[in-house]
Design a protein around this ligand. Sequence first.
Ligand code: ZN
Length: 499
Amino acid sequence: MSTTFEQFKKYLQQIQRYNQIQTLLYWDMKGQMPKEGFAGHSDALTYFSTEQFKLSTSQELKDYLVKLSQPEEFEKLDADWKFIVKLMKREFDRDERIPQDFYSAYVQEQAESAKAWEEAKRASDFTIFAPHLKKMIEMTKQRCAYTDPDKEVYDALLNDFEEGMDSATIDRLFGELKAALVPLVQKILAAKQPDDSKFHAFYSADDQRKVQEYLLSYIGFDWNRGTVGESEHPFTLNFSSQDVRVTNHYYEDNALSAMFSAIHEGGHAIFEQNVNPKLDGTVAGSCRYMGIHESQSRFYENILARNKNFWEPIYGDIQKLLPALEEVSLEEFYHEINHVRNGMIRTESDEVTYCFHIIIRYELEKAIFRDGVDVEELPAMWNAKMQEYLNITPANDAEGILQDMHWSDGSFGYFPSYLLGSIYDGMYLQQLEKEMGPVDDVLREGRIKEITKWLNEKIHQYGSTRRPKEVIEAVCHTEPTAEPLIRYFTNKYTELYNL
Ligand code: ZN
C-alpha cells in the first residue's frame, strides 16, 4: 500500500472524529438536553463543524486526492476506494468553484429564510416568506451556475439528492403514475370508508414504547448496533454501521402513528446497520441517495407493514401490549391502516394520496426553475392542483404550500426522491416475489427476516457505492418503471374498497 493512501485514510479518520462528536451533540440536542443547555451545545457544534469544514476543504486533502487520482496510484486502489476517491475529488472540485463570499451569503440567507418560513407558517401568511423564497431561488440558480455550469438547473438539483436522476425520467415515471392514480383515487374517495371509531382510545406512551421495541426486533433491527430515543419528529441517525439510532414520538390518543414511524425509521436504520463496515467513515459508508434510502423505509412501512399478512403472526402479541386493540379485529385493523383520506398534510397522508403531495411539489418546482413562474403565483397554483387531484382546497397557506420546510433552506429537488422511493418499492416487490414466491406467504409464515436478509444482500451492504440507477438495474434487471407500483395500488385498493 502506498504511503499516500495510508496518510489519506488517517486524514479521513480525523474528519470522521469531528463528524462523530457533531452527531453526538445533535443527538443530545434533539432528545436529552435540558432547554438551557442549548447555547453551550450550539456553540460547541459550531466549533466542531467549522474545524471539520477546514479539514474538508484543506490543501492537504486536495493534494491527497490529486495524487490518488493519478493513474499509477489510482490503479492500485480496490473498487470501493476508487469510487470514494473519484467522488471526493469531484465534490472537492465542484465546491472549490463556489466563491467564498457567495457561500457565506448563501448560508446566511438559508438561516434567515428558514426563520421567515417558520414565522409565515405560524401566521399562515405566505407574503412573509415570499421575498425570502424568491431570494433562495435566485441564489440556488447562482449556486448551480458555479457547481454545474453544463447542467440545466433543475436537473442539477435533482441530481444532488438522487444522483443520475433527471427530469426526463421523472416526467415519465410520475406521468404514468398520475394517469393511473387520478381515476383510482376518485373511485376510492367515492367508496364506503371504514369506521375508525374503535381506534379513538388511550394508549400509554409506555405501552407504545414496548410496541416499538417489539416491531423493531421483529423486522430485524440489531440492538447491539442500535438504540432508540424520543424527539418531536421521528428520525434516524448513524455514527457508523455499528451505531445507528432511531427516535419516535408518542401520541397517547393514537397508536398507529408511532407504530408506523417505528417501522419507517426501522427501515432506514436496518439499511445503515448493514452497510459493509469496511466503508465506515468514508463518503460511501452511509446511503447518500435520498430516493434509495426512502425506498427502504417505505418498503417496510408500506409494502410490508400495510399488508394484512405482516400482522397475522404478531397481532395477538400487539393486542396484549396495547389492550385497547383487544376490541379491534385484525380485519378492522387492516382496513384502518389503509384508510384513504384526502387530507391536506403530506406527512399524515396514506400511501396513495401521498403520491399527489409529491407530484404537486414536483410540478411547482418545474414551474419555478423551468418556466420562471412568479413566487406570488405559487399558493394559488398549489391550491388549484390540490382541488384537481384530491378534491380539496386548503383553507389557508399553513395547511397548503407552507406546510413543509424544504424550500426554506433551498432544498429544491428533494421532494421527488420520496416518491421515487415508492416507485422503486413496487419494483423490488415484483422482483422479490419472482425470487421468493408470494410476499403474502412469506409474511404470513413469519419469515420477514428472510426479506430483510434479501435487502441486506441486494442493497444495504453496498452503502453508496452503487448509484440509484445501478441499484435498480442490479436488483430488478430493468430501467425504473412505475408499472409495478401501479399494479400494487390497483390490486390492493380494488379489493380493500370493493371497487
Ligand atoms: Zn424517511
